[in-house]
Design a protein around this ligand. Sequence first.
Ligand code: HXC
Length: 260
Amino acid sequence: MQHEYQDIIVSEVSDGVLTITLNRPEAYNALRTQLLSEMASVLQWATLNDDIRAVVVTGNEKVFAAGADIKEMAALDAVGVLNDPRVLHWRTIAQFPKPLVAAVNGFALGGGCELVMHADIVIAGDNAQFGQPEINLGIIPGAGGTQRLLRTVGKSMAMQLVLSGEFISAAQARDFGLISEVTIPERSLERATELARKIATKPPIAVRQAKEVLLKAYETTLDSGLSLERKAFTLLAATEDRNEGIAAFMEKRKPNFTGK
Ligand code: HXC
């Protein structure tokens, strides 16, 4: 990676996958502005780097992220919150067009749980705990936690988490569709990386179109979602990778996707 970071560790690209490790263990990986800004800048760089086909984000074995940095947040009045640059960083993360896979162990709370919801696929160790405890601080989730959570887990569980501040386990999170798989904690990063590597072998334009269209399902009607799907499907018929994929199937060989 280009330069040194303070709050994250960025791996070398390996098999098309870049790994970002949240690295503020002393503050339970609290998402201060510095951390979010570093993450946003890496994702912007990764967007333009053709060697990167998927990104994995992880924390440590005890904590994914315990939320916004409460100490930093304490200094902000309403105008400070209004002008908070973190909003832009969150937007950059949300708009990352390539697959983002999260490997979560331990606490994923507040902004940490919201970061989980920005990921496209989430694998969690069985020690993971998810929650939106902002209510205990007299606030509410502020990085999409009310909207994405309700669309993901449904009304009753979203209300339960946001209003009571209670945490749920990895198994519950899986049952509610917040995450897709539970592993032993030692395996979550490996499994997330395995998936990211597999995705990295797929035709990248199709992967990107699939992510874009799938995410639209959150915010559009079935009719316009289906229309978007049809347009993306049509667009892909113009790619070399689509011809290669079909030819490889016919010729009973492995496809060689070039991203064109
Ligand atoms: C800053 C934090 C922190 C946080 C933990 N720490 N969470 N610092 N912001 N969100 C720090 C503690 O101050 C402490 O450092 C160290 O990490 C360890 O925390 P402990 O509380 O001593 O550990 P433990 O007893 O194991 O409890 C773990 C915990 C608890 C349950 C995760 O730390 C906790 O409740 N944290 C806050 C979780 C939370 O409310 N998150 C939502 C934040 S609001 P020191 O140096 O003091 O010992 C939010 C809004 C999002 O996320 C809006 C986005 C725009």
